[in-house]
Ligand binder design. Structure first.
Ligand code: VGL
Length: 180
């Protein structure tokens, strides 16, 4: 089985959000058009309560960030037209520490993403979402590390910074991710 992993397409990561990425709203609409091609779809959400040094008033935008995706605000909600009910399941990550990879995320019943995928006979994953140079990168690297045949949907990702996003694609390809 193949699953589509939609990484962190949330209000705070799209235009107008506290860490808004250019093209985020557009990629949400584009991802919506491919959901029906997959029998299994998983959306991840950055889901912060008190993630410690992941938040900073003087962020370096590498390891520390402005406050984002804080539970109880609008920030962690999925960017329309994506809504939670469209996905087979949703995984949330980062409650009390930084968590870039969707593989750190858990379903509502506490199942880690990798375990959920294996329980659904998934051996192949297609990865898309935000941000190419952070959470998409970490998710695709973990997918390969956990033995999933992994493709990155290049038209369906958006990055924070162009240079690091391009470098991430090169790194992912070297790690065994197929760029399609
Ligand atoms: C992300 C920076 C901080 C992401 C999450 O979803 O790529 N980036 N937290």
């Amino acid at each position: 089985m193949r699953a589509l992993l939609i990484v962190d397409v949330q209000h705070d990561f799209t235009e107008g959000g506290s860490l808004g990425v250019e093209g985020g709203q557009q990629v949400a609409a584009e991802i919506r058009t491919v959901l029906d091609d997959y029998a299994l779809t998983v959306a991840s959400q950055d889901w912060h309560i008190d993630p410690g040094a992941h938040f900073s008033d003087l962020p370096d935008f590498v390891t520390s960030w402005p406050r984002h995706c804080v539970v109880g605000t609008d920030g962690p909600h999925l960017q329309e037209p994506l809504t939670e009910d469209l996905f087979t399941t949703v995984v949330r990550k980062g409650e009390y520490s930084a968590a870039y990879s969707a593989y750190e995320g858990r379903t509502a019943d506490g199942t880690l993403l990798g375990d959920w995928l294996r329980a659904h006979d998934v051996t192949q994953v297609d990865v898309c979402g935000i941000a190419t140079d952070h959470c998409v990168r970490a998710t695709a690297l973990d997918a390969v590390a956990q033995g999933f045949t992994t493709r990155l949907l290049q038209d369906l990702v958006r990055g924070v910074a162009p240079g690091p996003s391009q470098a991430a694609l090169v790194e992912l390809q070297a790690a065994g991710v197929e760029l399609v």
